[in-house]
Write a protein that binds this ligand. Structure first.
Ligand code: ATP
Ligand code: MG
Length: 332
């Protein structure tokens, strides 16, 4: 089998958290070795779907770019770019909206969750978010989409959109496969372990950021919510402990059973300390490298611009074919 085209997007929220790192960024670095190409997009057009500050958006975008580079993405070996630099995303969104069912968009959990949290405006952009996301992936004819578990429904929808397009207009799009990690696909908030750790709408004390200092990481794990039991084992009625086991398993690169075995008979206190140390070690190199990369915005901008050029070269032919098949514009 030939190497797959891999695509994933990440929001320029700047403060990426441990869930993003474990569920997504870690997969990107692995995908970079397998993808032909592996394409990563910092989705500033998605970010404007909720309240935001225009004066801050560019800075946050550089933060996110520097985090990705610090985590191990290499612009020479992957395609790393800013969504708004490639105009094809916007155009394809509109074209694909013609084969997107309104009823499907109405069912999206993310829209329901995020719209309930908006204080002033529930934008149409928030409703349309999954169509833009479909365009992001389908423009590159990506075969694999590495994401966290929360994006399952959006990937299912883009598959449906691709299938409906191909049926109606002829096979021009690739139906992509979801790829979520076996362990760590859904890292939970340390304070409310029934909710996913999240940039929007999760607690500050329950969210570990990639750039947190070791002291902050230790404090957050130290006060992580567990349960009234005393066994370090996974289970449905033990969401807090299960989450911590998964986190340590990923940090150490072992299976969760191994963590359960190691901490048999240990107390929650010692276990939480070990999880904190594992995460400190996991994130320290990223934080250190970030401090070196982030100040040079001109270099970050150059990397993004070069990435956009590579991205455009892949997306433009897809758009030309989609337009042609849909009867848009002059005949080719
Ligand atoms: P928001 O809550 O604003 O949507 P986010 O925390 O989900 O922000 P994104 O940039 O939207 O951050 O997500 C980037 C990637 O991280 C996606 O692939 C998403 O599935 C993954 N991800 C997000 N939260 C988690 C989590 N708690 N566990 C594992 N993966 C996650
Ligand atoms: Mg998200």
């Amino acid at each position: 089998m030939s190497a797959p085209v891999i695509f994933s997007g990440i929001q320029p929220t700047g403060r990426k958290h441990l869930g993003n790192y474990i569920g997504a960024i870690r997969q990107y670095v692995e995908a970079q070795e397998r993808g032909a190409p592996a394409i990563f997009c910092i989705v500033d057009l998605h970010a404007i779907s909720v309240a935001y500050d225009p004066a801050e958006l560019r800075g946050r975008l550089y933060d996110t770019t520097a985090i990705l580079l610090a985590a191990g993405l290499d612009p020479e070996r992957c395609v790393l770019f800013r969504q708004s630099d490639v105009r094809e995303h916007g155009e394809l969104t509109w074209l694909l909206s013609a084969v997107t069912a309104h009823g499907d968009l109405n069912r999206m959990h993310q829209f329901k969750d995020k719209s309930a949290r908006q204080r002033e405006l529930v934008s149409a952009a928030l409703f349309f978010y999954p169509v833009l996301m479909a365009a992001d992936v389908l423009a590159y004819r990506a075969e694999e989409v590495p994401v966290g578990d929360d994006q399952r429904q959006h990937v299912e929808l883009m598959r449906e959109i691709a299938r409906r397009f191909n049926e109606r207009f002829g096979e021009a799009l690739v139906v992509p496969e979801l790829r979520i990690p076996e362990v760590g696909a859904r890292i939970m908030d340390l304070q409310e372990p029934e909710r996913k750790m999240s940039t929007t709408g999760s607690s500050e004390a329950g969210t570990v950021y990639v750039l947190d200092e070791p002291a902050a990481i230790r404090k957050k794990f130290g006060s992580a919510v567990t349960d009234s039991g005393r066994e370090v084992v996974r289970g449905q009625e033990k969401p807090g402990v299960t989450n911590l086991i998964d986190v340590l398993a990923v940090a150490r690169g072992v299976g969760p059973e191994e963590i359960e075995r190691e901490f048999e008979g240990a107390g929650y206190g010692d276990f939480k300390k070990a999880v904190a140390e594992g995460v400190v070690e996991l994130l320290a190199p990223v934080r250190e490298r970030y401090a070196e990369l982030r100040p040079d915005e001109a270099a970050l901008e150059r990397a993004l611009a070069a990435g956009a050029e590579k991205a455009r070269a892949i997306a433009a032919p897809t758009l030309a074919e989609v337009r042609e098949r849909m009867g848009i514009g002059p005949a080719a």
